[in-house]
Design a protein around this ligand. Structure first.
Ligand code: ADP
Ligand code: TRP
Length: 329
């Protein structure tokens, strides 16, 4: 087991399209803070992303786009290791080994699997079922202490810890359980269906992209489902907008709308305008940085190549130790 003085953090995001404020508030924001304190590994979960219906013509660009997003929101390759999962093949080796100790029934009960199987009924592939095992391998290759994710990943991290137990019981006390790290807002809700989480898969009107223009943000917010403003109990859509205002708005703006809520006289039109301006302002530096980075494809590739080299060092060590423990080396 490696001796540790600085704690290790690891997380991944799938390159499947643009990032939304749910991804940002639920996980990326944490990444940016954690890179200052811990040894951090942040990767593009490309192998996970091909378990969904996808267009291979677009995949490479989605990978580059997500790498640009990581850098544009403030991840710094001097402080953290950024890499593409497909450049560190040890994750698939370890996933195979974990496959041999994971009961199929555990995977069949995963809620994300059930949801995605319903969404892509014509493409219920083995990878979709095996997705959490690959995730456990991604994580455990680097022996992290914390895994920053949104609340929707809780069940996957529980499975990771079960795999730790099954492996340690069968072989040796080698892996340590991991701890999820949530932000203050681990679940941002959809604009159109505020009882469900904000998600890319439901379509662009359900989410605010972090790269959306000020006009798009306002238009999407105008369409957000709220209520009459007269209810005794703030409806889920109203709660969601207030959560966002707490994060992106000023204390004065927050107080102003809290007073409206107290008086059961919420002017949603006004709240949406205020919030749209606040969100657009918050992400203005990101949009600017993104434009600059789009002009530097060689630099982006260099960051990913160097990150993969660093990640692979630890991945190789882990896989060698695991192969020795299971008796194949
Ligand atoms: P999506 O569901 O939009 O496809 P991903 O599965 O790519 O998003 O999620 C990337 C990261 O963002 C994960 O850590 C996930 O937990 C987090 N995340 C996704 N949606 C939300 C949300 N609505 N609220 C908070 N965190 C979220
Ligand atoms: N399943 C995660 C998601 O959809 C992505 C992911 C893959 C991940 N491997 C991981 C997250 C390892 C944390 C750690 O967002």
């Amino acid at each position: 087991m490696k001796a540790k003085n600085k704690k290790t953090v690891l997380s991944g995001i799938q390159p499947t399209g643009e990032l939304h404020i749910g991804n940002y508030l639920g996980s990326l924001k944490n990444f940016i803070e954690l890179q200052n304190k811990y040894q951090c590994y942040f990767f593009l979960a490309t192998y996970h992303s091909i378990t969904e219906n996808h267009d291979s013509e677009k995949k490479k660009q989605q990978i580059i786009n997500l790498a640009i997003d990581f850098l544009a929101v403030g991840l710094d390759p001097q402080k953290c290791i950024i890499f593409n999962q497909t450049d560190v093949p040890q994750c698939t080796e370890l996933a195979w080994i974990f496959n041999t100790i994971t009961p199929v029934t555990e995977l069949e009960r995963m809620t994300q699997f059930k949801d995605k199987a319903a969404q892509q009924a014509q493409n219920i592939n083995m990878g979709l079922l095996d997705y959490p095992v690959l995730q456990a391998a991604d994580i455990l290759l680097y022996h992290p202490d914390f895994v920053p994710v949104g609340k929707d990943q809780e069940q996957h991290l529980e499975l990771t810890n079960k795999i730790v137990r099954w492996f340690n019981n069968k072989y040796d006390n080698y892996f340590q359980p991991v701890e999820p790290k949530y932000t203050k807002i681990p679940k941002v809700m959809s604009l159109l269906e505020p009882e469900k989480k904000m998600s890319k898969s439901a379509g662009p009107k359900h989410y605010i992209g972090i790269n959306d223009s000020p006009e798009t943000i306002l238009n999407k917010l105008k369409g957000a489902v709220t209520g009459t403003g007269k209810e005794t109990l703030l409806p889920p859509g109203g709660q969601n907008l207030m959560t966002l205002l707490r994060e992106f708005g000023t204390a004065t703006e927050l107080k102003y709308f809290q007073k409206q809520i107290k008086n059961k006289d919420v002017k949603y039109g006004e709240l949406k305008q205020t919030l749209a301006i606040a969100i657009a302002q918050y992400f203005a530096p990101y949009r600017q940085k993104r434009q600059e980075l789009e002009k530097k494809p060689d630099y982006i590739q260099k960051v990913l190549d160097e990150g993969a080299q660093k990640a692979e060092k630890l991945a190789q060590k882990t896989i060698k130790e695991v192969k020795t423990l299971i008796g194949v080396l």
